[in-house]
Ligand binder design. Structure first.
Ligand code: NAP
Length: 672
């Protein structure tokens, strides 16, 4: 256990709200505490008692916000999330067996963490044989888990809370230890500890901050396997020092991507239609590079550094990626930017080296110190070279969109296209021809529902298209839903009726259409159909944070998808990251605002001007905006031209500024 204390500072990466990322090893001393700045989160007032802790956790990559502007300090933390945090803190050691709990899936984002937590005794499961994967963590549980992680140290002084009697016996030593070590600073009011209350995100940040402040052991150690290259492009010398730090820390080779035609100040001036502006607006631009990495085959791991230009990597990075066969190599992007985050600059590059194992990237401000770089590198979960290809998304709980295959791998293990066709209000021959038109245009995801009354037509269209287009059943992903009321009250019968109407052998995904008093029962029935192979993946529709918090602990199979209303006027910016951080894919319905509202949305001035700048339609901008937020789109249409247009989403990318402009259109205006 002692060793764990030392290694705890090596790798700290919370999976609460973010992909796996940096280690936070800067332990704040008193002087640093005073210097911590405003968090920038609108829901974390500068004078909040946990503000410093949130900022510390954010700065060190320990906890991200639930959106660009919010942290949700009142939000809760599941037991699986806490396991994942501590597992990473311990350096993600190999685990010998899959999690042995009935509610812990093998291959889920938390599997290794849960198995490790149980193996080491840091978090044991419940007597019922469950881990409580999706259960919120109470305050006494969280403190006890941290205490066990710390090696169950001597508790020190006696409990000093007025409600000490209500602390569970198994938690008393931990709470004594934490209170004696000031780890609970700020978490108690009126000398009350409230042991059974769920711990909040702000409190978790505070606990980690104080735990790390009080601990003086350990320095980060890079965890790199294989020969490493740090390749970077730096037009203004902002990225260069970071690349040099990285190469030094990693004992890696350093390679500068030098343009054949160097960039002048005039080239770099934004919004002048200068060279950088033009290149960034042209997805096909490939500025030539002077020189080449002769021994690229020798490298297993490549750190790729670049500045952010108009929200993306400079096009010379595309040139670099396309110049080599990077199959099987692990690539970790990092970028420098004064204001933007790494945004989609990271994921946009994946298709240029699709055979590589991309890890989540990190943005640094110019002037970042060597120790920050060291912290980040130390926290990375770099695979051994021989396992690199298999672990594309191992460093993140979020399911990553692959813009080359236009698909995402669900937590059920199945691949699902990220753009599809919605069939609400399509009936009869219109429905059949629309679905067939979509399949002819390359669409492979079709959304229907029992309530739409068109499953038979959808099934017919899919069967005919398979025949006519030479497609296999596995090529097409069909989603259907069962409805509240009598359908959910008699779920086995309703599910079988959907299967019969579709008549496609199996259904790729079935959703509960809305919450209902019988929703758990209905979902459990769907779970049985999964076991029988008649349904492949499960999901929910119209479920929000509160509903998910209540629902998830009651079911065995974590939903693979949540389908909710999402469009620029109703963005759900609080809900989307919450769902995604559970490893669940988000799909948006009414992407174009829904019938009766599309005119206003498609005619929106901001969206229209962005569309004009890219030479695409407003619909395409909205759909692309969704994809860049990690939201799957299922626009409805019976117009073959629209259907085709709605598939052409991959030859342009919205800049961070454009994404921000659309984000600013949110009106919380539900159209349903
Ligand atoms: P939508 O996709 O937001 O809008 C559909 C409307 O947009 C249609 O009038 C369509 O007209 C038009 N349109 C489509 N592509 C266009 C383009 N490129 N340019 C201009 N107009 C275009 O609304 P929706 O179909 O109602 O919602 C999408 C899907 O979400 C549904 O079909 C359904 O599968 C699902 N949904 C789920 C729920 C739920 O509770 N889970 C609720 C509602 C909807 P044309 O036919 O002329 O192209």
């Amino acid at each position: 256990m002692k060793k764990r204390i030392f290694t705890s500072f090596i790798l700290i990466c919370l999976l609460l709200t973010m992909p796996a990322c940096a280690a936070g090893t800067d332990q704040p001393n008193n002087a640093e505490r005073l210097s911590v700045q405003n968090t920038g989160f609108t829901d974390v007032p500068a004078d909040a008692w946990y503000a410093q802790a949130v900022e510390y956790c954010r700065e060190n990559g320990l906890m991200a916000g639930t959106s660009d502007t919010t942290f949700a300090p009142e939000g809760t933390l599941t037991r699986a999330m806490l396991a994942a945090i501590l597992y990473r803190m311990s350096g993600t050691p190999a685990v010998s067996a899959p999690p042995a709990f009935s509610d812990a899936e093998t291959g889920a984002w938390y599997s290794d963490a849960v198995a490790w937590a149980a193996e080491t005794g840091v978090i044991s499961g419940y007597n019922s044989g469950t881990f409580g994967v999706n259960d919120p963590t109470t305050r006494e549980q969280a403190v006890t888990i941290l205490w066990r992680y710390a090696g169950s140290p001597d508790p020190g002084t006696a409990l000093r809370f007025s409600d000490g009697d209500s602390v569970s016996s198994w938690a008393q030593a931990a709470i004594q230890w934490a209170s004696a070590g000031d780890i609970l600073e700020g978490m108690t009011a009126n000398n009350h500890f409230d042991p059974q209350t769920n711990i909040k995100r702000g409190e978790v940040a505070s606990m980690l901050y104080h735990y790390l402040s009080s601990n003086t052991s350990g320095q980060p150690e890079p965890a790199v396997g294989g020969k490493t290259l740090v390749a970077y492009f730096s037009a203004t010398n902002t990225t260069r020092p970071l690349a040099e730090y990285a190469a030094d820390i990693l004992s890696a080779d350093l390679y500068e991507i030098v343009p054949e035609d160097p960039y002048t100040d005039a080239d770099l001036a934004y919004y002048t239609n200068g060279r950088a502006d033009r290149e960034q607006n042209d997805a096909s631009a490939r500025p030539a590079i002077s020189g080449i990495v002769e021994n690229m085959a020798d490298y297993d791991v490549i750190f790729l550094g670049y500045p952010i230009w108009h929200g993306q990597a400079p096009r010379i990075i595309s040139t670099f990626l396309e110049s080599y066969d990077l199959t099987g190599k692990t690539i970790i992007p990092f970028c420098t930017s004064h204001s933007s985050g790494i945004g989609s600059s990271d994921t946009s590059l994946h298709s240029l080296a699709s055979g590589a194992n991309w890890l989540a990237g990190r943005r640094f401000a110019g002037g970042t110190t060597r120790s920050s770089m060291e912290d980040w590198i130390s926290g990375l979960d770099l695979p051994e070279p021989e396992t690199a290809v298999d672990t594309v998304t191992s460093a993140t709980s979020k399911a990553a969109f692959n813009f080359e295959t236009k698909s995402v791998t669900l937590n059920s293990g199945y691949e699902m296209p990220i753009n599809g066709l919605g069939t609400y209000s399509l009936h009869g021959e219109t429905c059949v021809s629309s679905v067939k038109s979509a399949l002819s245009s390359g669409v492979r995801l079709i959304d229907t529902a029992s309530a739409y009354g068109n499953e038979e037509e959808v099934g017919q269209a899919v069967r005919e298209a398979m025949e006519e287009l030479g497609l296999q059943r596995e090529d097409i992903f069909v989603i259907t839903k069962i409805y509240p009321g009598s359908e959910m009250a008699n779920p086995e019968q309703s599910i079988q009726a959907c299967l019969d109407r579709l008549d496609l052998g199996y259904v790729d995904m079935m959703l509960l259409h809305h919450p209902d008093r019988n929703d758990v029962k209905a979902y459990q029935a769907m779970e049985k159909f999964v076991e029988e192979g008649k349904i492949r993946s499960l999901g929910l529709s119209n479920w929000y944070v509160k509903e998910l918090e209540e629902f998830l602990p009651q079911v065995s199979i974590t939903p693979a998808l949540v389908q909710n209303e999402i469009h620029p006027y109703y963005q759900e910016n609080e809900v989307i990251p919450y769902i995604q951080d559970l490893g669940i894919v988000v799909q948006g319905w009414y992407p174009l605002g829904g019938r009766g509202h599309t005119g206003e949305l498609l005619g929106d001035e901001v969206i229209s001007s962005i569309a004009k700048a890219h030479g695409v339609s407003s619909a395409q901008v909205i759909l692309r905006w969704n994809l860049q937020k990690g939201v799957v789109v299922i626009p409805g249409s019976s117009n073959p031209d629209h259907i085709k247009e709605n598939t052409e989403l991959y030859d342009f990318a919205l800049t961070d500024e454009e994404m921000a402009q659309i984000n600013a259109l949110d009106r919380n205006e539900k159209h349903d």
